[in-house]
Unconditional design. Structure first.
Length: 60
């Protein structure tokens, strides 16, 4: 645990219509050639509909 990271971490649970939020996601992993990070599960609360996803290559 690192307090300097925890204090700046993305903490918004629900973002209401017309609002925005900011922060960052931190993770540590070993390098594997051709790896890709997938962020999914960004959903609309009322409908449960998935809004979008990110696909980020982890090339050095």
């Amino acid at each position: 645990d690192a307090p300097e990271i925890d204090a700046r971490a993305f903490a918004a649970k629900v973002i209401l219509p017309g609002e925005s939020a900011h922060g960052f996601f931190y993770f540590q992993t070993g390098y594997r050639g051709g790896s890709t990070f997938y962020l999914t599960g960004v959903t609309e609360v009322q409908t449960g509909k998935e809004l979008f996803y990110f696909e980020i290559p982890l090339a050095p």
